[in-house]
Design a protein around this ligand. Sequence first.
Ligand SMILES: *Cc1c(COP(=O)(O)O)cnc(C)c1O
Ligand SMILES: [Zn+2]
Length: 444
Amino acid sequence: MPQKNKFHAVYRCFAGCEGEYPLDEIIYRCPTCGGLLEVQHDMDSLKVMSGKEWRNLFEKRFMQPQHPFGSGIWGKKEWINPTMQDENIVSLWEGGTNLFAAQRLRKMMGIDNLYVKLCGNSHTGSFKDLGMTVLVSQVKQMIASGQEIRAVACASTGDTSAALAAYCAAAGIPAVVLLPANKISVAQLIQPLANGALTLSLDTDFDGCMAIVKQLTERKDIYLANSMNSLRVEGQKSISVEITQQLQWLVPDWVVVPGGNLGNISAIGKGFQMAYELGVIDRLPRLVCAQAQNANPLYESYQNGFADFYPKQAQKTLASAIQIGNPVSVHKAIKTLKAFEGIVEQASEEELANAAALGDLAGLFTCPHTGVALAATQKLRDRGDIQPKETVVVVSTAHGLKFTEFKQKYHESHLKEFASRYANLPKTLPATLDAVMEAVENRI
Ligand SMILES: *Cc1c(COP(=O)(O)O)cnc(C)c1O
Ligand SMILES: [Zn+2]
């Protein structure tokens, strides 16, 4: 068993500037170049355990009832935040989500070994919980050690704010969330309100909210919870380790991830790289970042071989959580995709909506972002990048129940620009057995 304080991690500049900073320092950007930081683990100390020993340790802890190791995040604590004290951990039992062997979807899509990693089956209904437990725990530890942090703040397309509000409510720390007015679902707006967060609805888009929260958190007593803060990436990294663990430590050929601010694709890459370096897995998968065509700055950059990147104004998309034109983690994502022979694919509104509905017909209840990833997967399969026998994991980022307006409009065929191929509506009948019998006979 590893001892508690043998392992160590610090912030370093992602672009490679000199200097390292402790994780309890309030710092989000490199003081030299202004770029993002990343958490750097002391890999030599982690290498005292073999890949096999790490695998055994993670398996032993996985989904056990003991606090905190039963959490999918904190069961891998040494790789995530090794200096966190157990009494400061704010966990809602995140992670450990089903890797769904999507039998019927396999047939529909022509991919024999398709899995869907259901990251939305989580406390607040999205993968954002995975990073937020790490960030809010760190804040709790900083407050416990006497630092003056009066609130935690974020800009959000709806899921980050829900996660921040829930974890802060559990910890008793005030939360401030900045949301673009009328651009998030009803459920996503109700979540931070219910959890008692100061909820500010601003007449702008996500990128506008992000610009303001960056300025707000220049005050040291308000801590920034966006994925610019690289602590969140550490927790989200666990997705990759969990996927391989659930495949009996085999590595899939492809992992497809919907991307907006591009923190998650970077995190998933980092998780695979760390597992590879520590001998837990013996190869790397290829990564696919799937963007909505209406918010596709990374796709455009990919088209010119990542030679340059231009932020753009994101257009309205049903995949509202990835309606982002100026992604904070773009350079991390590009570096990741280059290291993983990555591909960026896009999906139109019609493609994402029909792909989401097709997934539902195979037993899922998909959010529109998962629809983007499924549509991109289908395109890669159709043009032969993905071969029928390869193992493919689609990362489902949120629970469909957070996006019922999207589904309702789809099934009522109220999405103006295109036809809802799989629409299914309730039939209104007189309350008689005959009428019901007839309807059943007509369907089966
Ligand atoms: C945040 C989010 C994404 C995008 O993740 P990024 O790290 O911003 O790329 C995708 N889907 C859902 C449901 C999300 O909440
Ligand atoms: Zn730097």
